[in-house]
Design a protein around this ligand. Structure first.
Ligand SMILES: Nc1nc2c(ncn2[C@@H]2O[C@H](COP(=O)(O)OP(=O)(O)OP(=O)(O)O)[C@@H](O)[C@H]2O)c(=O)[nH]1
Ligand SMILES: [Mg+2]
Length: 350
């Protein structure tokens, strides 16, 4: 496949099942990509991936984040070498891992920090929140991961997809691909303005939550609504905290006032014109506190239900003590018949 020159600057590392699935389209589009997993079975479902890494001694982490961290310790050098050798020219690495699972969630924050320090490149995180039909372990893992993400001070943009936003989780992967690929492709420019490569990279280096929307040229009026509802991202906080906004517009005249009044006043906006599609990136939002607290509540409710159920299961099966051993002891014994002699019996007939 024809490899666009800029594609060499952006690498993709997918850890765990979500990471492995959601990076597929990027590899097909010509970006360098490595997928890693603790499970051989999971890895084997990904056909045509060029660079697969199985974590030595791993056989899946069954949503156990501790297990994933232990595996990372054993496989850290191999993972670093794999990224370094398979994508030597990258300036930004996107690390994809779900928040709810074991393998990806357990090592995501640590891998982000380690690769940012050792490779000295910009790291962006792409994670996905569990839908409302998942269980305690998924919610608890998500909260644990975000406690780690919150402390990271060395990464760029964090894209938070949300499986409660679409019934088909694979569709979420596809939509995100079209968004990010359009931003990285950076097709725009006229005498009225151009959003250039250094601005794309500045957007990606901006810490905090990030959103992208992509709309056809007949839908220029729907940019705001596509960022606030009906999208694939975790709902944003209504605090108007935003750092940078990038907009590649199909038009030549671009009005930003409505975008500022919806999202807040950014440090700077980068605006490009005559783009084949309307692509808008909102960077440096605060993490989705409301949605994450909802997930924490679901974890707590589930814990209470599970505990209560387990307690009732601990109760003795039967309310009263039961002792069947002597159950028939009190049954009146057959009257001991006084021994009758044969002659007596005979007497009955005489
Ligand atoms: N949107 C989307 N969500 C996915 C995909 N694959 C898994 N998920 C979600 O990710 C969570 C489970 O995480 P996985 O990525 O399967 O877990 P893992 O990292 O492989 O970890 P273990 O299997 O527990 O070792 C659940 O919330 C799934 O719904 C995917 O391709 N797309
Ligand atoms: Mg898995």
């Amino acid at each position: 496949m024809y490899r666009k020159e800029y594609a060499n600057f952006y690498g993709f590392l997918g850890i765990g099942q979500f990471g492995n699935n959601a990076t597929r389209k990027f590899e097909e589009a010509g970006y360098p990509c490595v997928i890693a997993n603790s499970s051989v079975e999971d890895l084997s479902t990904i056909k045509n991936a060029k660079n697969k890494l199985h974590f030595k001694n791993g056989s899946g982490c069954h949503k156990n984040r501790k297990k994933s961290k232990a595996l990372l310790k054993e496989n850290l050098e191999v993972l670093i070498d794999e990224v370094r050798s398979k994508m030597p020219a990258i300036t930004t690495l996107f690390i994809f891992a779900s928040s709810a699972g074991g393998t990806g969630s357990g090592m995501l924050a640590a891998v982000a920090k380690i690769l940012s320090k050792t490779l000295e490149i910009n790291i962006c995180i792409v994670t996905v929140l569990p839908s409302k039909s998942e269980n305690f372990q998924s919610y608890a893992n998500t909260i644990e991961l975000f406690q780690e993400i919150e402390k990271l001070d060395c990464i760029g943009a964090t894209f938070i997809l949300d499986n409660s936003k679409h019934r088909d989780k694979l569709k979420i992967n596809d939509i995100f691909f079209t968004h990010l690929d359009a931003l990285l492709a950076n097709e725009n420019g006229s005498d009225y303005g151009c959003l250039d490569r250094s601005e794309i990279d500045q957007l990606l280096r901006t810490s905090g939550m990030a959103l992208i929307s992509k709309l056809g040229k007949d839908n220029s009026d729907k940019i705001i609504s596509s960022l606030t509802d009906g999208n694939i991202y975790a709902p944003i906080e209504q605090n108007k905290v935003v750092k940078y906004i990038g907009l590649m517009s199909c038009n030549v005249q671009v009005e930003m006032d409505e975008i500022y009044s919806q999202f807040g006043m950014p440090i700077d906006s980068y605006i490009g014109t005559q783009s084949p599609a309307n692509v808008c990136a909102i960077m440096g939002l605060t993490l989705p506190r409301t949605r994450l607290n909802e997930i924490k509540m679901m974890a707590q409710t589930n814990v209470e239900i599970i505990k209560k159920n387990m307690e009732s299961a601990n109760e003795s099966l039967f309310e009263d003590s039961v002792d069947f051993i002597g159950a028939f002891d009190s049954v009146p014994q057959k009257k001991v018949e006084t021994k009758v002699s044969s002659l007596d019996i005979l007497g009955e007939f005489l």
